[in-house]
Design a protein around this ligand. Structure first.
Ligand code: PGA
Length: 248
């Protein structure tokens, strides 16, 4: 099972960034770890060209979001099939920014993940507690509720990745302690096993996200139960992203 190290570019980038997969490949050279799978998730308008470029170097591309419907009168939206058509292999579902800024509920996230899986892609379903829930000792309960509400019945360890991203760690420079990360990843695996059967849970990839950077990548990616990272800010510069991948 390869570790999935993903770049979430959010609403950043421009057309000229299509050279970034090549730049990354040349920074990695012969040192590309065999146990790491690299994924670029650019803004949807660049998905097609980033997928083409990433594919040249054995890397994958994914969308940051999609609509739950296959097509229709949803101005401004894209479907999972369209992401697939552009060369995506993954779609991020329910990122905390989508949940907080665009009102996505667990039910919406589940419908999107279901559509992603139906389109033959893998869903990266994001969960994570706010600081208030962490401080009141309800982090695990919050994440468990999100998992139960957001994972569709069509999910298997082969078509689903869970990204654990504590909301308070995203873009803040703060990271959860290794103990907290390992404990939460263990909890996520347990809950997933309860939902879908233990056999599947052992193979589920669980990424950590939230201020992953070159300085902390090694210890996070080596932590028990961590099968990759979802990287925001540090994925915008290929020098930093390469260091994170090399730590995998
Ligand atoms: P960050 O973002 O690495 O900038 O904290 C992570 C994410 O939002 O996926």
């Amino acid at each position: 099972m390869k570790k999935l190290v993903a770049a979430n570019w959010k609403m950043n980038g421009e057309g000229s960034w299509s050279t970034k997969p090549a730049a990354l490949a040349s920074l990695l050279g012969d040192n590309m770890p065999e146990n790491v799978q690299v994924l670029f998730c650019p803004p949807a308008v660049y998905l097609d060209r980033i997928a083409t470029e990433a594919g040249k170097f054995g890397m994958n591309a994914g969308a940051q979001n999609c609509h739950a419907s296959a097509s229709g009168a949803f101005t401004g939206e894209i479907s999972a099939q369209m992401a697939a058509d552009c060369g995506a292999d993954y779609v991020i579902c329910g990122h905390s920014e989508r949940r907080a800024l665009f009102g996505e509920t667990d039910a919406v996230v589940r419908a999107k993940a279901d559509a992603v899986i139906a389109a033959g892609l893998s869903a990266i379903i994001c969960v994570g507690e706010t600081l208030a829930y962490r401080e009141s000792g309800e982090a695990e309960a919050t994440v468990e509720m999100q998992l139960k509400g957001s994972i569709p019945t069509t999910s298997t360890a082969l078509n689903t990745v869970i990204a654990y991203e504590p909301v308070w760690a995203i873009g803040t420079g703060k990271t959860a302690t290794l103990d907290d990360i390992e404990q939460m990843h263990g909890h996520i695996r347990k809950v997933y096993g309860q939902l879908l059967g233990d056999k599947s849970a052992g193979k589920l990839r669980i990424q950590y996200g939230g201020s992953v950077k070159p300085a902390n990548a090694k210890e996070i990616l080596s932590a028990k139960g961590v099968d990759g990272a979802l990287v925001g800010g540090a994925s915008l510069k290929m020098e930093d992203f390469a260091k994170i991948i090399l730590a995998g």
